[in-house]
Each structure stands twice: as structure tokens, then as C-alpha cells.
Design a protein around this ligand. Structure first.
Ligand SMILES: CC(C)(COP(=O)(O)OP(=O)(O)OC[C@H]1O[C@@H](n2cnc3c(N)ncnc32)[C@H](O)[C@@H]1OP(=O)(O)O)[C@@H](O)C(=O)NCCC(=O)NCCSC(=O)C[C@@](O)(CC(=O)O)C(=O)O
Length: 280
């Protein structure tokens, strides 16, 4: 007689349900979590499978607030335009906006967290212990980045040329909650030292400081973009809610369409710009 095949097992500590109950992270969802645990706290808990402290929750939720919306950014414009074209697909409009979270805007949250983490990981000895040592490390880091012909993630902003208000505020909150760690320390030092290398003063931007703070909170680096997208999803829902009440997408569309400037075709030839783009 043949043995019955072993029953497959798919381990999960997340949601599970039977006829009458739903458990999440080992707790009764309806009784222990709904009405007791805030959404930000739950998002942290789901990603780490440990309940955050009140201080960690405050920093995490400050990050979500910082990244929720920044006006007519590419993500917001794309969401509104996609909704104009496909009002039957809210999910399509949200997804279209979220797809724009990349290395120039929004996705920089993860790029910065990973970048800072890689620098810290590459250190032979212990972490710097005073500001002068952090500054020395930052100087070296920016110099290497420049020599490699790469931008420093988290540096620069299309609007906040004189400083992004989110950056000092998040650093202050992290200090207050005792979670200002090495990623934020290195990021702050880059803010102090980059002018000596780049010969210009650029702001430490909101997306970057959020990445540094999330890395200091110990959240998984490969998921940092996910938290930026979680925050932006709320913002994009706000953009769509406003679009329903005070539409602008049609004007954006017509403004571009009515102002198109016909020019003669330019035959394609691979040039330095194209090479540069390939490298990005
Ligand atoms: C952000 C921006 C595209 C700005 O461009 P801009 O062209 O306006 O920069 P400019 O000030 O004109 O640059 C002056 C000179 O500095 C040089 N330069 C600039 N940045 C430099 C740098 N990092 N390393 C070395 N050099 C640099 C540049 O090459 C130029 O050199 P040169 O040509 O010789 O004069 C640019 O910085 C950049 O790519 N940064 C790195 C990626 C980054 O951190 N992105 C996050 C942006 S925030 C965000 O994502 C949140 C969000 O925005 C998103 C949303 O909602 O979607 C929101 O707020 O929520």
C-alpha cells in the first residue's frame, strides 16, 4: 500500500482564519487589533513581526505623513491623468502613480537607506563616535560618489532649494524618541560636508531623510520603497478625491495638447546623452 503524500505546510504568522475567527500576528484581529492598534503601528508590526514601541511608531508615522503628498508631483499628475482616461479604474490610477516611485522621486527613500547602510557596512572598525569622525566619513563618501560620476541619493530638491522642512523635523522627532541612529548621523554629516566636494549647497530632502530614519528603525531595506508607496497611496487617494470635486486633469491634458509645438523629425543617432541614460 502506498503512503499518503505528506500534507503541504505553508508557514505564516500573518493572517489566518477559520469559520468564526481571524488571527493576525498571533492576535485576535477583531477583538485585539481593530479599534486598538493604529494603521501605522500595524504596518510596522506586519513588516517586522514585532510590535513597535510608542517612539518607533511616532517616527514611522512621521515618515508616512512626510511622504503622503507633495502636491503636483509626477506621481500625482499621472494618477489624475490616468483617472481622466480610465475613470472606471481607481486601482489603475493609483497603480500608475505608484509606478513612478523611482530613483529620481519618491523611491529615493529606499535608495538612500541602502546607500547609507552600504557605507556603514563597509567600515572596518567601529562606527564614528563624534561629529568630526562622522564628517570625515561623509566627506569620503561624497567624494567617492562624485568620482564614480553618481548623484548622492537624498540630496537635492526641485523646490526646497534652501532646505526641506521635513528633514530637520524628522531628525528632531527621531532624537526625541531615542532612535536617531547611525544612518541619520551619516546623512546629517553628508548635509554638512557635501558642499566641500560638490562646490554647491544642496538640501537633504524629505525622501532621503525618511529612508535614513526607516533604516535606523531596523525596517527591512528591500522594503523601504514599499513604505514610501504606502504613504503615497494615501496621498494619491486624496488627489483623486480632489479631482472628483475640482477636476484639473482635463486642463493639464488640454494644456499640453493645445500647446504642442510641431517640429521636424530629428533622425535618431545614439549620442552621449543616450549613453548617459543607459548608465543611469
Ligand atoms: C531631486 C533632483 C531631481 C532635483 O533636481 P534639480 O534639477 O532641480 O536640481 P538642481 O538644484 O537644479 O541641481 C543643481 C546642481 O546640483 C547637481 N545635483 C543635484 N542633485 C545632486 C545630487 N543628489 N548629487 C550630486 N549633484 C547633484 C545638479 O546636477 C546640478 O548641477 P549642474 O548641472 O552642474 O548645475 C536632484 O537633486 C536629484 O536627482 N537628486 C538625487 C535623487 C533624490 O534625492 N531625489 C529625491 C527628490 S525629493 C523626493 O523624491 C520627494 C518628492 O519630491 C517626491 C515626489 O513627491 O514625487 C517629494 O517632495 O515628496
Amino acid at each position: 500500500m502506498t503512503e499518503p503524500a505528506p500534507r503541504p505546510g505553508y508557514p505564516t504568522a500573518l493572517g489566518a482564519s477559520d469559520l468564526k475567527t481571524i488571527t493576525l500576528l498571533g492576535h485576535d484581529l477583531a477583538e485585539d487589533i481593530m479599534g486598538s492598534v493604529g494603521f501605522g503601528e500595524l504596518a510596522f508590526w506586519l513588516a517586522t513581526q514585532r510590535r513597535p514601541t510608542a517612539g518607533e511608531t511616532r517616527v514611522f508615522e512621521a515618515v508616512l505623513a512626510a511622504l503622503a503628498d507633495h502636491g503636483f508631483t509626477p506621481t500625482a499628475i499621472v494618477t489624475r491623468l490616468t483617472y481622466l482616461s480610465a475613470p472606471d479604474s481607481v486601482q489603475g490610477a493609483l497603480a500608475a502613480g505608484l509606478l513612478g516611485g523611482g530613483s529620481r522621486f519618491l523611491g529615493v527613500t529606499e535608495d538612500t537607506g541602502r546607500f547609507l547602510h552600504d557605507v556603514l557596512e563597509s567600515l572596518d572598525g567601529a562606527l564614528p563616535t563624534d561629529e568630526a569622525a562622522w564628517d570625515e566619513l561623509a566627506l569620503r563618501t561624497v567624494r567617492e560618489r562624485r568620482e564614480a560620476g553618481q548623484f548622492v541619493p537624498g540630496l537635492g530638491h526641485h523646490v526646497h532649494k534652501e532646505g526641506d522642512p521635513r528633514t530637520p523635523r524628522l531628525m528632531r522627532i527621531a532624537h526625541e524618541e531615542g532612535v536617531f541612529g547611525p544612518h541619520l548621523a551619516l546623512f546629517a554629516a553628508i548635509g554638512r560636508m557635501h558642499p566641500a566636494v560638490l562646490r554647491r549647497t544642496l538640501p537633504l530632502n524629505g525622501a532621503g531623510v525618511c529612508g535614513a530614519a526607516l533604516a535606523d528603525l531596523g525596517l527591512p531595506l528591500p522594503l523601504l520603497r514599499g513604505f514610501a508607496l504606502l504613504a503615497r497611496t494615501a496621498g494619491l487617494i486624496g488627489q483623486l478625491a480632489e479631482e472628483l470635486r475640482h477636476p484639473v486633469a482635463q486642463d493639464i491634458f488640454l494644456s499640453v495638447d493645445r500647446n504642442n509645438l510641431p517640429v521636424p523629425p530629428t533622425p535618431h543617432a545614439a549620442g552621449p546623452l543616450e549613453e548617459e541614460r543607459r548608465e543611469e
